[in-house]
Design a protein around this ligand. Structure first.
Ligand SMILES: [Zn+2]
Length: 300
């Protein structure tokens, strides 16, 4: 089978939603490759201190070491930010036609490379829809012409707040930036925006959108993986068999900043209840993380 133009299983949502766990689980299936936060591939390749999820420097990784993109890594990063940041802008800030065409060539080359190296028909991209990457699923579809199926993964707002209060930002933890002031209030505003952007695709992309709750995925992955199989027409339930047998799932070659990707093979434990929140964090959750517009009909 030649697999030069794979489909994309795009995990949308906010940071800390469990996207890396789901990315790794999906990558256990035949014909599926875990990608991680592919929106950051240019930034990662440009920095020789960064490593792939397999633990190797990117240059030595069996998947990423041989990649040839139509632009140097720093330009890949800049074009990606410009196009993905502008694609949802109503007016003014969107990228020009030449830059958008270059974006399309870069992204098609990126996914075709992963598909060839991993013999995959589907590549998982867990860049989510926060901040700079909020327009990525739309840009991949509209500007790169790819087949994008969105898995909108929602984690409980209070659990997300507790995660930020406990550990700060991933970037700060890796020494790549400082934790901002008011991390929980910022996180709750971001949670609302990112889930609103993702939720809007429910109506815009009927048949290509699926919403899942992180807590339900972890409690019992099989129904979630079955629903994703229906979303893409490809059986992605292999991880449920592995986990049922008490076996671990290999994390593969994920790109991006999540510490979990270097924590070794994945084993699922029941999620611990979030620690009690401070009064001001409870207020931030209540005030800022109200269901975003796209989630209005999420129940049931
Ligand atoms: Zn690797």
């Amino acid at each position: 089978m030649t697999a030069t133009t794979p489909g994309i299983l795009y995990i949308a949502g906010y940071s800390r939603c469990g996207s890396t766990v789901l990315d790794i689980m999906l990558g256990a299936a035949d014909g599926v490759a875990s990608g991680g936060e592919l929106t950051f591939l240019g930034d990662e390749l440009a920095d020789p201190t960064r490593t792939c999820g397999c633990g190797e420097p990117y240059a030595a990784c069996p998947v990423w070491g041989s990649i040839e993109l139509p632009a140097p890594p720093s330009e890949v990063a800049a074009v990606t930010r410009a196009v993905e940041g502008g694609v949802l802008a109503r007016r003014g800030r969107s990228a020009g036609p030449e830059e958008r065409a270059r974006y399309g060539r870069i992204q098609r080359a990126l996914f075709a490379h992963v598909a060839r190296r991993s013999d995959a028909r589907w590549v998982v991209d867990s860049s989510k829809t926060a901040r700079a990457a909020r327009g990525r699923p739309v840009a991949l579809s509209v500007e790169a012409g790819m087949d994008v199926r969105v898995v909108h993964l929602v984690r409980d707002a209070a659990a997300t707040a507790a995660s930020y209060r406990t550990t700060g930002s991933n970037w700060a933890a890796e020494g790549r930036g400082r934790t901002a002031r008011f991390p929980v209030a910022r996180a709750m505003a971001g949670w609302r925006r990112a889930n609103g952007v993702a939720g809007a695709l429910r109506e815009e992309w009927p048949g290509r959108y699926l919403e899942l709750r992180f807590e339900e995925v972890v409690a019992d992955p099989r129904p979630a993986l079955t629903a994703i199989s229906e979303l893409c027409g490809h059986d992605v339930t292999a991880a449920a068999d592995l986990l049922d047998d008490g076996r671990a799932v290999d994390p593969g070659h994920l790109v991006g900043g999540n510490r979990l990707r270097r924590a070794g093979p994945l084993r699922l434990a029941p999620p611990a209840g979030p620690p009690p929140l401070r009064w001001d964090d409870r207020a931030a959750v209540a005030l800022l993380a109200r269901p975003a517009p796209g989630r209005a009909r999420a129940s049931g």
